[in-house]
Design a protein. Structure first.
Length: 223
């Protein structure tokens, strides 16, 4: 009977040569990097980088003088300042539907387009009386409405304020000069009602009546 042959077990041994190469590979790469950096330094590459100026930060930028527009650029834009405003005047009475329509359909559209080019004024129609008063077409209530609107013009020269206030009153001309209407329109157009009332009643009404007489005379002279 043949003897059983048992083969010797083989040990799992890897070649030592490959292990040695892998162990020294990082050292070779590090040496290569060092040699490369030294070569760049020797050629003068790093001084150029370190000496290059950095861009200034926005907060470090300063102007010694503000930029000045050239003479040609100045003449490209027409100068509005210094131009004489064109006079524009309308003669009205406060308690009248025709005044309402005139302001709404004619004057307001025109003022939206040319308000920066005109000197706009409202004057009132009436008849001066011998006792330093004024006779108004629709009675004393209309005279008081005219005075209130004149006071708004004097206190607030900006047409956007006093003309807006006047148009607000005119929308309900039948109610002029009721206090509720005047207060509502004053609130809507940022007009101080107390100042308005003080103007209309100053010197027992003599101040407002004097303004109305002057306005009426101006209208009469323009006719």
């Amino acid at each position: 009977m043949a003897a059983k042959i048992t083969l010797p077990l083989m040990e799992d041994k890897r070649p030592t040569r490959n292990r040695t190469r892998r162990r020294h590979r990082p050292l070779l790469l590090l040496a290569l990097v060092v040699v490369t950096l030294w070569g760049l330094y020797a050629l003068g590459f790093f001084p150029l980088l370190t000496s290059a100026p950095l861009p200034p930060r926005p907060e470090d930028v300063r102007f010694s003088h503000p930029p000045v527009a050239s003479d040609a650029a100045k003449h490209d834009v027409p100068a509005v300042a210094g131009r004489e405003l064109v006079p524009l005047e309308a003669h009205i009475i406060s308690k009248c539907p025709d005044t309402r329509d005139c302001l709404r359909e004619l004057l307001l559209p025109a003022m939206i387009r040319v308000h920066e080019k005109v000197n706009f004024t409202l004057t009132y129609i009436g008849a001066p009386t011998e006792n330093d008063g004024v006779q108004c077409k629709h009675g004393p209530g209309e005279c008081m409405g005219n005075i209130i609107e004149l006071c708004a013009h004097q206190l607030y020269p900006d047409p956007k304020i006093w003309l807006g206030f006047t148009m607000c009153l005119t929308k309900e001309y039948q109610s002029i000069p009721q206090r509720e209407l005047v207060e509502d329109c004053a609130l809507e157009h940022a007009v101080d009602f107390e100042k308005l009332n003080e103007c209309a009643t100053r010197d027992d009404g003599a101040f407002g009546m004097a303004m109305l007489r002057q306005s009426v005379k101006r209208s009469a002279s323009s006719a």
